[in-house]
Design a protein around this ligand. Structure first.
Ligand code: SAH
Length: 365
């Protein structure tokens, strides 16, 4: 670093050098944070200014267009796009933004301007009501970054329609990272009785109904999520096939496996179980438990569709947990597919924190 930590002002751009004065990059600082500098560029001649954000966001959009993520996509996925702690989701003409560190938060006006220049959006909303901001000394906040608009918008995905509540929904309002994985259930759900747990807006379950399931029951602990999911079922005219109920999946799945209930397909998509290494063991126990319960509810020859978005549980560990659950359930698994997050949430090779979603389909024998 050019200056010592004491001299650097929070949010300021600084140049970073090795101990022997070799240039590493330019980034923003926050002496108050556990990560004092986050890099924005490795090119010394690049200035960090309004133009920088316009160029970077254009590059992000170019990548999404080239990979086919156009109508709805994660336009900016933080560090994976060279913009650490910046998240922008695009829901057709609307944008939802999160600036999760001070050094990126100060550039919010430039980021908004870039979105206006590139997209002429119908609306931009800020979902900075996230506790992680407090570690940066930032307040939690949500609100409009454009003229106000109706924050309950509708998107298309795989030929279906979903309401997205950008103001009160979880995270940015909708989980785009599973958009390809939702298509992966297409064949296995045909004619099936399906149970889904951790359903949120009901996307997987509504896809199952659309792909020809006989019946679908979805469970989520949040009454608001259940209401939203039922509204989405209606929006697609599928309310006779799919219904959602409020329940704690851990309790209900345990009880139902005791009762001997059986389904052709069970789908699990729980929230992240831990964000810290200290509680990793608890997360492992949680995954094992819920997958064990899920497997027991699958008819022999049926399918388990299971996800994990806990960053600290890497792919190898997740698959090990599933194997342990199968052993305890005395079931044999045949892997149908193993996928990651959609490519609009790019994985940067060698950057572990960009790799988080695991999505597995197994036949349970
Ligand atoms: N499958 C969804 C995303 C699920 S997010 C999609 O594709 O969009 C995880 C969901 O799990 C949240 O909606 C949360 O309310 C729910 N949840 C958390 N703990 C739960 C529990 N014990 N039982 C049931 N649902 C739970």
């Amino acid at each position: 670093m050019e200056k010592s930590d004491q001299e650097l002002k929070a949010g300021e751009i600084t140049e970073v050098f090795t101990y022997d004065q070799k240039f590493i990059g330019k980034g923003y600082v926050n002496p108050q944070s556990q990560i004092p500098v986050r890099l924005l560029t490795r090119n010394r001649s690049v200035e960090i200014n309004e133009q920088f954000f316009l160029d970077r966001i254009r590059e992000c959009w170019d990548y999404r267009q080239k990979t086919g993520y156009i109508e709805n996509c994660r336009l900016v996925f933080g560090e994976a796009d060279g913009l650490p702690q910046l998240i922008i989701d695009k829901f057709n003409d609307y944008f939802v933004l999160q600036t999760l560190a001070l050094g990126i938060d100060v550039w919010k006006p430039a980021i908004v301007k870039a979105l206006e220049t590139i997209f002429s959006p119908k609306g931009i909303y800020e979902r900075n009501d996230v506790p992680v901001r407090e570690l940066e000394g930032l307040p939690q906040h949500k609100g409009f970054l454009s003229a106000p608009f109706d924050t309950k918008i509708t998107i298309n995905e795989n030929g279906l329609r979903f309401y997205v509540d950008v103001e009160n929904g979880q995270k940015t309002g909708y989980f785009l990272d599973q958009q390809d994985n939702r298509r992966a259930i297409q064949h296995i759900v045909k004619g099936a009785d399906v149970l889904g747990a951790f359903t949120y807006t009901g996307t997987f379950e509504i896809h199952a109904a659309h792909y020809g399931a006989k019946s679908v029951l979805g469970l989520d602990i949040s009454a608001g999520a259940v209401e939203q999911a039922n509204a989405n079922a209606q929006l697609n005219g599928l309310e006779k096939i799919v219904r959602f109920e409020a329940a704690n999946a851990f309790d209900v799945l345990k009880q139902w496996s005791k009762d001997g209930r059986q389904y052709d397909v069970v789908m699990l998509d729980p929230p992240a179980f831990t964000k810290s290494r200290e509680t990793l063991q608890k997360a492992i126990t949680g995954y094992k438990e819920i997958n064990l319960r899920g497997m027991k509810l699958v008819k022999p020859g049926g399918f388990l569709v299971t996800s994990s978005c806990t960053n600290l549980v890497n792919a190898e560990l997740f698959l090990q947990i599933i194997d342990m659950a199968a052993k305890d359930a005395r079931r044999k698994l045949r892997q149908v597919s193993f996928q990651r997050q959609a490519a609009d949430h790019p994985i940067i090779r060698g950057m572990e924190n960009t790799e988080y979603l695991k999505f597995l389909i197994v036949q349970v024998q």
